[in-house]
Structure formats: C-alpha cells, structure tokens
Design a protein around this ligand. Structure first.
Ligand code: NAD
Length: 478
C-alpha cells in the first residue's frame, strides 16, 4: 500500500507522481511507501483550505463536537496509530501509546476551549468597545520527526478550535501515522479542506507554506536554524509565526535533593524517546558533595536500560531516529571526550549483532565536562548526558543560563529558598521544581515555548489557542 496525501478531504497522489519509502530505524526495513508531495500540491491544499474557510462563514460547523469525536476515535485506534509510529519513528510502543493518548487528550482539551473576547468600558461613556478574537485564516503547520503526532495534534486542535483551516507538513521520515490519523478527522465529519496534509521536503513544501500569500500564519516546530530561515521568509509579508525550536534543558541537583527522585527524573528526562525530545534533560549540574553518589546511582540505572526494537515488549529505549542523527550525537560525544571529559558509560553502538542494521546508540554518560564542550554548548538530540559538578546554586544557575537556548529547566531541592531562586533566575519558558513533565513530555493545559533561541510565541493552553487568532477592537458609538 502507498500512503497518500490528504487534500480537500480526499487521499490523493502527488501531482508529480513521485513516491518514496519510509524505513524503520530499528532495522532499516521498508515500513511503507508514501507519495512525495511538491510545491503544486502545497498550493492546491492552501487554495482548498482558503475555499473551505469561505464556506465556513456560511455553514459554521460545530468544530468542538468534531474535535470531541476525533478524540474518541483516536482512543479507539490507539494500537494501530502507536504501532505505525513506532515502526516509522523508532520509539518504544509504550512511548508511542503515551503520545497517542496525549493526542486524544489534546483534541478533547481544545474541544472545550474558546478564545474569549471581552467588552471594555472606554473613557467616553457614550461608547462601547468590544475586543473580539477572530480566526487568523489559513495556517501552515510544520512538524518534526521526534513527536510527529503529539506536535501535529497540538497545532491542528488549537488552529481548528480557533476557526482556522490548516495545512500540515509532516517530517519526510514520519508521515505515516499523521496520514493514518486523517481518516479519523474524515470519519468524524470535519468539512473538507479545513485540514490537509501535504508530504514532501522542507525546502519545497515547507517553504511554500511560509511563502504563499494565502497562509496567514505558520506554526513551526523544529531546529533553531530552520526556525530562523522560516522567520526570514515570513518577514516578507510580516506573516505571523510561532516558532518552537531547539532546547538544551539543564537539570540542577542540589545537595538536599531527594537523590533517588532526582536520578529517576534525570534518567527518564534524558533517555525517553532515545533522548530525542525538545524537553529532554540535556545537561545536569550536580552539587559537588553529592556528585559521586548521584553519578553512581545514575550509572547503575542507565546500565539497566534495555536498548532494542521498540516493538519488543522488554525494550525500554529504541533506536536513534536515523543514522545521520546518530552520527551527530557520536561526534558531540567524541569531541567532548577528546577535549578532556571522561566517558563513564556508553559512547558506542550496541554490540548485539541483531541490532546492527538499526541506528542504535547506547545510553551515554560523560563526566568532568567543561562548559564550552560540544555536549554542553550544542543541543544534543540523542541519548548522551554531560554531568557538570558545581560548588553551589549560583554556579549551577550561571551554567544553566549560559546556553543560547531557553526552553525548559529543572531543579531538585527540598529547600524552598533554592526553589524560588531557581524559578525566578532560570532563563527558560518552563521551570520544573521537583517535577518531571507528564508521560508525553508536555502538559497541554499550560503554555509551552522558549526564551532566547528556543523560539518565539507559545503553544498549548489558552495562549496556544489565542496564537491562532487576530484581535479586533470594535467601538460602538451611541
Ligand atoms: P528540522 O528543523 O530539520 O525539521 C522540522 C520540519 O521542518 C520538518 O518537517 C522539515 O521537513 C521542515 N523543514 C526543513 N527545512 C525547512 C525549510 N527551509 N522551510 C520549511 N520547513 C522546513 O527539525 P527536526 O530535526 O525534524 O526536529 C528536531 C528539532 O526540533 C530539535 O532541535 C528539537 O529540539 C526541535 N523540537 C522543538 C520542540 C519545541 O516545542 N520547542 C518540540 C520538538 C522538537
């Protein structure tokens, strides 16, 4: 079977007739074929989306009801969708199931949320001012491969709930679960054209979504360097952008922390989805007094991680998504170690010959790491963790804030003063105190986004919904 694009409510081939294979990162085998969309397909999808919005002015579909129905259908199809995602992305089936549940919850959450305007009494008592929230129009949603369904779902649900039409571009290597999920929107009765998926590359289909005059907003999740390119292109028409970009989240462990909880948070935070999450823990700052105990507990737990095919029930960490992604991580680890750091664990591919066709990389811990090493200065999107020893909270916060990124940060401490200081001084869109993000890695009810080069704007929560609206002030005279 060949997966087709979803345009104007139908599954269609590419106008160029091209197809390609999606492969499984666990063994290099073909999962399925998919059509390769192009600029013409993107233009057609945008035109259909624009027409659908015009029709909506008359028909005013109850989108909340449809999102609620989609949420129920997603729950009924959890196994199919999760299996497909594990095959194309590599994460464990348990992780994929978590992501599908988050997708269902996202639909339900936005089904119940409305962007609210307000009525304002202005200084002239004879007049009345109303602030309205209107849909922005046609939205381009560009999604990466690490959490293909979760990230697509958050954009689509908020965009549809705000009254927009959306054209999604999934990552080239993970389009299958997204396309499969479109059957559910169709079955739930979503009017044709309000949601479309065009496959294809970033520089062709992705850039068309940004350049096309009919798209009024682009919501992008991906690397910081791509986000900068999108912002540059969008500036030609001052197009609205939300950019959810790279992160290098620090985790601070104080000397009074619950050490076992901090170790579990570090382990889960770094190695879930083989370390390929924007909100993953990517640097650890540990107080010197407790560093030896923390490191030895962490190493013991990391050694117990079972690396393997995500479809196997005993696997606790799947492959890195691609061989090129693995090479990037390998290079960061190797350069950090050759710069003087100590390789404590991993730093290599698994020895098991059954895994040699996949893009696996062993859980890796590196100590004696300096602040300017690759693993600290760059985002590491894979299962390798640098551990930095610090004299106290000041030094930890200074190190944490030294990054160009500012997506998330966390601290483990029992001292309220430490917690408050970190919460106020850490430069990050989200700060976690003695807490780990939910199973999917995010919480849909609260805004998420980055300081500094981790992005622009916020998704999720009411802020996410409002980011898909324009604000209009109407003043009524007497
Ligand atoms: P990427 O930037 O390479 O690609 C993301 C998407 O953009 C893909 O669909 C790709 O095809 C498309 N694209 C590429 N070039 C484009 C262009 N010139 N114009 C338009 N679209 C283009 O990112 P990736 O490697 O797929 O994803 C990993 C990155 O995403 C990491 O840096 C990670 O931290 C980040 N991320 C951020 C968040 C967040 O919420 N802040 C969430 C998940 C992932």
């Amino acid at each position: 079977m060949t997966f087709k694009q979803f345009i104007n409510g139908e599954f269609v081939a590419s106008s160029g007739g091209e197809e390609y294979e999606v492969t499984n990162p666990a063994n290099g085998k073909v999962v399925d074929r998919v059509v390769r969309g192009n600029v013409e397909d993107a233009r057609a999808a945008i035109d259909f989306a624009s027409d659908a919005l015009k029709r909506e002015k008359m028909s005013k579909t109850n989108i909340s009801r449809i999102l609620q129905l989609v949420s129920e259908l997603i729950r009924n199809h959890e196994t199919d969708l999760a299996t497909l995602m594990t095959l194309e992305q590599g994460k464990t089936l348990a992780e994929s199931r978590g992501e599908i549940r988050f997708f269902a919850h996202t639909m339900e959450y936005y089904a119940g949320l409305k962007a609210r305007g307000s009525q304002v009494q202005i200084s002239d008592p004879t007049k009345l001012a109303v602030v309205e929230k209107e849909p922005v129009g046609v939205v381009g949603a560009i999604v990466p491969w690490n959490n293909p369904i979760l990230l697509m779902g958050a954009k689509v649900a908020a965009s549809l709930a705000a009254g927009n039409a959306t054209v999604v571009k999934p990552a080239s290597t993970t389009p299958l679960s997204t396309l499969k999920s479109m059957e559910l929107f169709k079955d739930a009765g979503l009017p044709k054209g309000l949601l479309n998926v065009v496959t294809g590359s970033g520089p062709t289909v992705g850039e068309e979504l940004v350049r096309n005059r009919k798209t009024r907003k682009v919501s992008f999740t991906g690397e910081t360097v791509t986000g900068k390119r999108i912002m540059e292109l969008a500036s030609a028409e001052l197009k609205r952008v939300t950019l959810e970009l790279g992160g290098s989240n620090p985790l601070i462990v104080c000397d009074d922390a619950d050490l076992d909880a901090a170790v579990s948070a570090t382990l889960n935070g770094r190695f879930r989805n083989a370390g390929q999450g924007c909100m993953c823990v990517k640097r650890t700052y540990v107080f010197r007094d407790i560093a030896p105990r923390f490191v030895s507990k962490l190493k013991e737990k990391a050694m117990a991680i079972k690396v393997g095919d995500g479809m196997k029930s005993d696997t606790t960490m799947g492959p890195v998504h691609s061989k090129s992604q693995r090479s990037k991580v390998e290079q960061q680890v190797n350069e950090t170690v050759s710069g003087g750091a100590t390789l404590l664990l991993g730093g290599k591919e698994p020895e098991d010959s059954d895994l040699s066709a996949g893009s696996f990389y062993m859980p890796t811990l590196v100590t004696d790491v300096s602040g300017d090493s690759k693993l600290v200065a760059e985002e590491c999107f894979g299962p390798a963790l640098p551990i930095i020893t610090v004299s106290g909270l000041e030094e930890a916060i200074e190190g944490a804030n030294s990054s160009i990124y500012g997506l998330g940060a966390s601290i483990w401490t029992k001292d309220l003063g430490n917690a408050k200081k970190a919460a106020s001084e850490l430069e990050a869109g989200t700060v976690l105190v003695n807490s780990l993000y939910g199973a999917g890695g995010w919480e849909i009810e609260v805004p998420m986004g980055g300081y500094k080069q981790s992005g622009l704007g916020r998704e999720y929560g009411i802020e996410g919904l409002e980011s898909y609206t324009e604000t209009k002030t109407v003043i009524f005279g007497s």
